[in-house]
Design a protein around this ligand. Structure first.
Ligand SMILES: Nc1nc2c(ncn2[C@@H]2O[C@H](COP(=O)(O)OP(=O)(O)OP(=O)(O)O)[C@@H](O)[C@H]2O)c(=O)[nH]1
Ligand SMILES: [Mg+2]
Length: 356
């Protein structure tokens, strides 16, 4: 059956708007490891073997709760819907010295960059910062010993066994902090998504209205000399974002682990505001979010130089940066002016940081 054109459009629209719903970077969950199985009380009973002695087996170990960083995950969305995880308990011990089955670990898959915290103290328990990294967050209980263990010269018929230990439980916060070398920050419309789209294969939505980007985008920049680095395009920040204006500052957590920030300032003639003031405003918001972020190395990047006209906005920002000894670059994603130089210098600075 051919779908009417109208229906197809509706589908595309709903897909588009639901995309940002899929990026979840903060969830609270509860985990409980499996309890150990009970030890067994049993006695050997066989023809011609009277009073065969105790033969109760041990209980199996309860399953651990293990978190694992997976390469192909990008969001904590799954954990928004499933908030309780329980690992299997160990099997109970059985007669004839049979050991109960172990519960088996419950592996919870999370994206690389997930930080696991305790809910009340907010203490970091684990940082799953590379692919394949595993952390055991709650240990399964030990299995109880069967009565065969308690046999001795003075106790030939122990009629007791140990119960299994309970599994550990925890109330957790999972926080995703993307791992990128470079963060793009700036006002909405500064040209962040356009820049990431011309330097990497990331294809975020680009439009001339504020807050086009609603969730961070990641891109990999590959240089001619086979070096590469990752960039995070972070949604735009406006004045009073720390009070929740615009999209607030929640996405800045994704810039916290970058080594370098590219601070983009639109220098086109169509903007009335002073570019230096715009830059200060963003830096004030960064400082209100976190000192670490505010003290990160920044490269100031004047964008849309093809539209600078006679406005002198570019010159003002450039002269200020030169005076203050701030690294300054001017680029145009439309004409590609300055992009190659910016990328080469960004890469060199990253390499220096790695060496240092
Ligand atoms: N002429 C010109 N236009 C540009 C340039 N860079 C970006 N633009 C335009 O500026 C507008 C905003 O660009 P975006 O890349 O979406 O801006 P952004 O910083 O990602 O904005 P938010 O996602 O809202 O934070 C778009 O219409 C782009 O086409 C440039 O170098 N030259
Ligand atoms: Mg954008």
């Amino acid at each position: 059956m051919v779908k009417p054109a109208g229906l197809q459009r509706v589908w595309l629209k709903s897909y588009d708007s639901s995309f940002c719903m899929k990026f979840v970077d903060y969830v609270k969950i509860y985990v409980k490891a499996g309890a150990g199985g009970r030890g067994c009380v049993s006695f050997r009973r066989e023809k011609y073997v009277p009073k065969g002695g105790p033969d109760g087996g041990d209980g199996g170990k309860g399953g651990n709760i293990v978190f694992r960083a997976e390469a192909n995950l990008y969001t904590l969305l799954d954990h928004r819907y499933k908030k309780h995880y329980k690992a299997k308990r160990g099997g109970h011990g059985m007669g004839k010295n049979m050991h109960g089955e172990d519960g088996g670990d419950l592996i919870i898959k999370v994206p690389v960059g997930t930080v696991v915290k305790e809910q009340v103290s907010e203490e970091i328990i684990a940082d799953l910062n590379f692919v394949g990294k595993e952390a055991t967050i709650a240990k399964g209980g030990r299995g109880g010993k069967g009565n065969a263990h308690f046999k001795s010269a003075t106790m030939q018929t122990p009629r007791f066994a140990q119960p299994g230990e309970d599994g550990e439980e925890a109330y957790l916060i999972l926080e995703l902090k993307l791992l990128a070398d470079v963060g793009l920050i700036g006002r909405p419309n500064a040209g962040k998504s356009t820049l990431i789209s011309v330097i990497s294969r990331s294809r975020p939505k680009i439009a001339d209205y504020p807050f086009t980007t609603l969730v961070p985008n990641l891109g990999v920049v590959k240089l001619k000399d086979y070096r590469s680095f990752t960039v995070a395009d972070i949604p735009g920040i406006i004045k009073n974002a720390h009070k929740g204006a615009g999209l607030g500052l929640q996405f800045l957590r994704h810039a916290e682990r970058t080594s370098l920030l590219l601070h983009l300032v639109d220098v086109s003639e169509f903007i009335d505001e002073d570019p230096i003031e715009v830059m200060f405003e963003i830096n004030r918001e960064l400082a209100l979010h976190s000192e670490i972020l505010a003290s990160k190395e920044q490269l100031i990047v004047g964008t849309k130089t093809d539209l600078a006209g006679d406005s002198q906005r570019l010159e003002r920002l450039k002269n200020y940066c030169l005076k203050e000894n701030l690294p300054f670059y001017n680029i145009s994603a439309a004409t590609m002016e300055g992009i190659e130089g910016l990328i080469a210098d960004t890469s060199s600075r990253l390499n220096e940081k790695l060496k240092g």
